[in-house]
Design a protein around this ligand. Structure first.
Ligand code: CP
Length: 321
């Protein structure tokens, strides 16, 4: 399997096979080295035009996609809702069709509505990559989390990963659960019942009510941000209370049978879901996740690039520069 094996779009991990996920992770391994060069550029996507449509705030994902695109020599344009005609009421599809009229090849979209990426993909010819849609999926985050876990543990098969915190509002949680299960990992979730989806028992995960039990069970914790901006009702009594009951502290981690690898997709609420000494501690791979994000996005862009022979040729052996 190679270029074209993912189909036209990357909308989520729920409908990818284990082989497709493995292909992305293996391809990302090959792209890591490009970011370590003095001149971080290969001609793989020269001539391609990519539009980054970010209708929700982002630091990591937006900048990481932009670096990935530029390092593959694509031409990129960034569009946000505030500076575009979306703020005048133009629809998402009209915006995308107008961009297509300017002959683009790919759209990377972040949107507050679950399903927005699929909605767009069904209506435009360009490849669509979901950079996070509402509370649904964030596939490249799930992939970079898996790459970071695989870097450390060498395999995902049989690995015990617990996703902690605000699972209810988390697209990162869904992409991780679906992706990790397909790769043979065991997945736990831990958080207050008010922050777990009602249908959590149907996801094939182990539910932990107490963070202490999750710490005893897991090899790695992926700690989620409390998404206060999506909480319309009183999901937790207070941030202080949440930290007291579910916060990941070094004192709690010290009771684990073995040191746990610590992941967080960012942005972090330090002192709420994760204490600073854990976030910055020796077992944290939070910044490795960010580094891996660029390689994963380069791999996804390459694999979706339509299988143009010149792209495959250019990617071989670093593609020259
Ligand atoms: N992890 C993540 O999606 O971060 P941003 O919201 O900053 O892109």
């Amino acid at each position: 399997m190679t270029v074209g094996a993912l189909g036209k779009d990357l909308l989520g991990l729920e409908h990818l096979t284990g082989d497709q996920i493995r292909l992305i992770l293996d391809s990302a391994e090959g792209f890591k080295e490009i970011s370590e060069r003095a001149i971080k550029k290969v001609p793989t996507l020269r001539g391609s035009t990519i539009v980054n449509l970010f209708f929700e705030n982002s630091t990591r994902t937006r900048i990481s996609f932009e670096f990935a695109e530029k390092r593959l020599s694509a031409d990129t344009v960034n569009v946000s809702s505030s500076g575009s005609s979306v703020s005048k009421g133009e629809t998402l599809v009209d915006t995308a069709r107008n961009l297509e009229a300017m002959r683009i090849d790919m759209v990377v979209i972040r949107h507050g509505a679950s399903g927005a990426a699929k909605f767009l993909a069904e209506r435009i010819e360009s490849n669509v990559i979901n950079a996070g849609d509402g509370t649904h999926e964030h596939p490249t985050q799930g992939l970079l989390d898996m790459l970071t876990l695989r870097d450390h543990f060498k395999t995902l098969e049989g690995l015990k990963v617990c996703i902690c915190g605000d699972v209810l509002h988390s697209r990162v949680a869904r992409s991780n659960i679906w992706g990790l299960l397909k790769m043979g990992a065991q997945v736990g979730v831990c958080g207050p019942r008010s922050l777990l989806p009602n249908a959590i028992d149907e996801f094939g995960v182990t539910v932990f009510e107490h963070i202490e039990d999750a710490i005893q069970w897991a090899d790695a914790l992926n700690i989620l941000r409390l998404q206060l901006e999506r909480m319309t009702a009183g999901f937790i009594p207070s941030l202080r209370e949440y930290n007291r009951v579910f916060g990941v502290s070094s004192e709690r981690l010290s009771r684990a049978p073995n040191p746990l690898l610590i992941l967080h997709p960012g942005p972090m609420n330090r002192g709420v879901e994760i204490d600073s000494d854990v976030a910055d501690g020796p077992h944290s791979v939070i910044l490795n996740q960010v580094t891996n994000g660029v390689a994963v996005r380069m791999a996804v862009l390459y694999l979706l690039s339509g299988g143009k022979p010149e792209h495959a040729e250019a990617a071989k052996g670093g593609g020259g520069r």
